[in-house]
Design a protein around this ligand. Structure first.
Ligand code: G1P
Length: 301
């Protein structure tokens, strides 16, 4: 039984990169093959033992709540027709986890969204997942982060090596090797500094922060004191920078897990297309036909 059971998922973002698709549909509901992106995220949480999900929502995000709720008429109809396979696909999202919702109110940034989870989370370490990042279920990341947090305390962030030309799209971390006596391997590092979306010449490294965090509850007090930063928003990265220099006894210290698995950025249109193709190709039911067609299609271009 893990000590980390709660996860905060901010879903209040406007999804402007995906207009007009996101004019009336939350970006988190865009399908990746046949499941909304947000369902992959919740499935990942549940697979990591996180059973208590808090979504930080905003206006126009009601479809997310509906997606994780029962839809009685549809379920009855499918039951009556004996279409149990389809019924299973409808109820799968409902039965996943205990899902709670809180409104962010004014959207003042990612740090502000996480702070909206303070009352629900209480005084235990908790996870944060950003819905734009999908982590392939075959390359689990959260369990490694949770284990690192349990061993080292403080907070743990997920890092990924990116092309230096891409670092301005991410939080960027400066790191050093972690204490070898903890025996956690070289992909777990101590994070000394973080900066939100630096220009390439200001970057601390090519290590980008990706959307998975396991945070000390000390982050809430720090967020309350964190002034608006990059883009005038209260940045989670800035709060983590403060935590990195605080003593462990006060919930300080930040470590990073360098992730080398498959990640899809469904918030970016090109990466979204790639995610659909990759995950569709790997599906037992659709993959063989799809890949056959894809080969012919590409050869004909
Ligand atoms: C957020 C974080 C950033 C992180 C990124 C990962 O930025 O602020 O530090 O690197 O998520 O996806 P956003 O992409 O929401 O602008």
């Amino acid at each position: 039984m893990t000590s980390v059971t709660k996860v905060v998922i901010p879903v209040a973002g406007l999804g402007t990169r995906f207009l007009p698709a996101t004019k009336a549909v939350p970006k988190e509901m865009l399908p990746v093959v046949d499941k909304p992106a947000i369902q992959y995220v919740v499935e990942e949480a549940v697979a990591a033992g996180l059973t208590d999900v808090l979504m930080v929502t905003g206006r126009g995000k009601g479809a997310i709540e509906d997606h994780f709720d029962h839809v009685v008429e549809l379920q009855h109809t499918l039951e009556r027709k004996g279409e149990l396979d389809r019924l299973g696909r409808v109820t799968a999202s409902t039965d996943l986890a205990r899902i709670h919702f809180v409104r962010q109110g004014t959207p003042l940034g990612l740090g502000h969204a996480v702070l909206a989870g303070a009352d629900h989370v209480g005084d235990h370490p908790f996870a944060v997942q950003l819905g734009d990042d999908l982590i392939d279920a075959r390359d689990p990341l959260l369990p490694t982060m949770i284990a690192a947090q349990e061993t080292l305390g403080g907070s743990v962030i997920a890092l990924m090596e990116v092309d230096p030309g891409q670092i301005h799209l991410y939080g960027c971390a400066g790191v050093e090797p972690s204490d070898p006596s903890a025996g956690l391997g070289e992909d777990i590092v101590r994070v000394t500094d973080m900066v939100e979306k630096p220009d390439a010449d200001q970057a601390l490294s090519n290590l980008a922060m990706i959307g998975r965090y396991v945070l000390s509850p000390a982050v809430f007090d720090v967020l309350r004191q964190t002034p608006p930063g990059r883009d005038g928003e209260i940045q989670l990265t800035d709060a983590l920078q403060t935590l990195a220099s605080m003593p462990t006894e006060q919930g300080g210290g930040v470590h990073g897990v360098i992730f080398r698995g498959r990640r899809y950025d469904t918030g970016d249109r090109l990466d979204y297309l790639k995610a659909v193709v990759q995950l569709g190709s790997d599906r037992e039911d659709l993959g063989p036909d799809f890949v056959g067609w894809l080969r012919e299609f590409v050869a004909s271009r």
